[in-house]
Ligand binder design. Structure first.
Ligand SMILES: *[C@@H]1O[C@H](CO)[C@@H](O)[C@H](O)[C@H]1NC(C)=O
Ligand SMILES: *[C@@H]1O[C@H](CO)[C@@H](O)[C@H](O)[C@H]1NC(C)=O
Ligand SMILES: [Zn+2]
Length: 513
């Protein structure tokens, strides 16, 4: 079994050390010999490749039962986003960056998942969430219901034949603790797909229910009352406004968004108490960091009125994704039957929609840190960690800049377009970054301040929101049965493989043999 020792940074080239003493020796030699970091020296490449080979040869298949499972989801975390984030991080550490790995890129097994939905070739977070959390492909805009339900079809949602449940439900039935951590509203499409059944992802609060959906239960209410939602032990994220009345204000003076006058935070506490749990509600970073895991086994943390802020714009009282992940693991790991935790880096996607590539890469780096924080806390022998994305985006990473160039800058001027105007390394096929032409000439990007964290990267087609992309997403796995995630498969295979490893759910499992 490959035993990862993770050192200070999440830059894995200098951090992953095999359990085998010989490998450590080789690696130390590699570190101590400066010339071997010289890429012009052919020995550098040979040793690096030989070390990768030895690491692979040392990897044994882990066929234990996965007591714990953590599924990390980078919303909109396309493969170009991963490659660009390495360079973004590398520059912070004074490295060129291209040669580095994000924490989860060191996982021993990787695969590719096909993300299309039943009705559209390019997925949204709702149908894809239904696929990777519940194992069934659905229609765009719907969560936790089969493709027999068209988007907005409230009657279809209410028909129990169309209900789809998955990992949360299966883990709860097996006596495991369950949790959700996200940087978006906890009622947003990806987390909602874990516990809700809704024909329309936008029905987050009762005030969102259109005429068509009037008799359907909103997503926030399903988190508090639903069979699966009401059993989730830890819920951390944003979206407080969907839990209380438009007539009330929270401690920061923000008005709620509900029409029905219900206070779902109070209902959540009462419901947990009635089940014999010890619940608490928190809403800032200090409460989170000071929370005593022995005092509470159920925690609702709503840290923002809407989505949580981007990491680049966060304030001292906003917890990081890593902090939320660590606390969730502390609480959930008290269950001797283990746990299932879903962690979403949800703002990679919103940043891409705005073509704000700097924020998208930074949010991806935050997800990599959260994965690293989790790796430090869990036993790799009994904990399966899967890291993936729900769909791609249209961001392209194009050439030919020099190694270590600013990933958020322009390509070297000698490679200007045939109009002799420069282009940026990162650009989008569509979105709000469209720059109007003047005098039939493309906008000259030299005039732009690309260091502004709100800079909208160039887009070919003007659109208020950049769209998702249709290609496959990467899947990284480590721990029991991680090898099942190799290859190319449909996205809805993911929860089936997780359930097999963890001996949960109605399908074939490691324990059913
Ligand atoms: C590329 O475009 C920039 C900006 O207009 C200009 O300064 C530079 O000279 C151009 N490069 C070449 C090789 O013409
Ligand atoms: C970036 O945009 C956000 C709103 O989207 C705004 O709150 C923030 O002040 C802007 N930051 C800068 C540096 O302009
Ligand atoms: Zn999106």
């Amino acid at each position: 079994m490959l035993n990862f020792n993770i050192c200070r940074t999440f830059i894995i080239l200098v951090c992953v050390i095999g359990s085998n003493g010989r490998t450590i020796q080789t690696h130390n030699n590699l570190l101590s010999s400066r010339s071997l970091f010289d890429e012009k020296n052919k020995e550098h490449w040979k040793i690096q490749a030989q070390w990768t080979l030895r690491t692979k040869l040392d990897t044994q298949l882990n066929t234990q039962v996965a007591k714990n499972v953590i599924l990390f989801l980078g919303d909109g975390m396309s493969i170009p986003t991963l490659a660009a984030t390495r360079v973004y991080i590398g520059r912070k550490y004074g490295r060129t960056g291209e040669e580095l790995k994000l924490s989860f890129e060191s996982f021993p097994f990787t695969g590719l998942a096909k993300t299309y939905c039943v009705d559209h070739n390019v997925a949204d977070s709702a149908c894809s969430g239904t696929a990777y959390l519940s194992g069934v492909k659905a229609n765009s805009g719907t969560v936790g219901v089969s493709a027999a339900v068209k988007r907005g079809d409230c009657k279809g949602q209410q028909d129990p034949h169309n209900t789809v449940t998955g990992l949360m439900d299966w883990a709860q039935r097996a006596g495991k603790s369950t949790g959700i951590v996200t940087t978006t509203r906890v009622t947003h499409a990806s987390p909602a797909a874990a516990y809700a059944h809704s024909a329309e992802r936008k029905w987050e609060a009762d005030a969102d229910l259109t005429e068509q959906g009037r008799s359907c239960e909103d997503i926030a209410s399903q988190l508090v009352r639903g069979r699966v939602g009401s059993h989730i032990d830890v819920v951390f994220g944003g979206g407080r406004k969907n839990f209380y009345s438009q007539k009330d204000k929270d401690s920061n003076g923000n008005l709620g968004y509900r029409n029905d006058g219900r206070n779902l935070i109070r209902e959540w506490i009462i419901n947990k108490q009635s089940k014999g749990a010890t619940p608490t509600y928190i809403e800032n970073r200090r409460d989170l960091l000071n929370l005593d895991k022995r005092a509470y086994n159920s925690v609702l943390g709503l840290f923002a009125s809407d989505h949580m802020p981007y990491n680049l714009e966060a304030e001292a009282n906003n917890p990081t994704l890593s902090e939320m992940t660590q606390k969730a693991i502390e609480i959930l790991s008290q269950n001797k039957n283990g746990y299932f935790l879903f962690v979403e880096g949800g703002r990679i996607d919103t940043a891409h929609h705005e073509t704000k590539a700097r924020k998208a890469l930074d949010e991806t780096a935050e997800l990599a840190k959260a994965v690293e924080a989790a790796m430090r806390m869990v036993d790799p022998a009994n904990t399966l960690i899967v890291v993936t994305s729900d769909h791609s985006h249209t961001m392209s990473y194009s050439g030919y800049s020099k190694r270590g160039s600013d990933i958020l800058g322009l390509v070297n001027a000698k490679f200007n377009g045939s109009d002799n105007l420069p282009y940026s390394t990162l650009s989008y096929a569509n979105g709000p970054g469209y720059k109007p032409h003047s005098d039939f000439r493309r906008h000259n990007l030299v005039l732009d301040d690309m260091n502004d964290l709100n800079y909208t990267f160039p887009s070919l087609v003007p659109m208020p929101r950049e769209t998702h992309g249709g290609e496959d997403v990467a899947v990284f796995a480590k721990g029991p049965w991680a090898h099942l995630f190799s290859g190319n498969y449909e996205q809805n295979f993911i929860p089936h493989a997780i359930a097999y490893a963890a001996c949960i759910g109605p399908g074939l499992t490691k324990c059913s043999l």
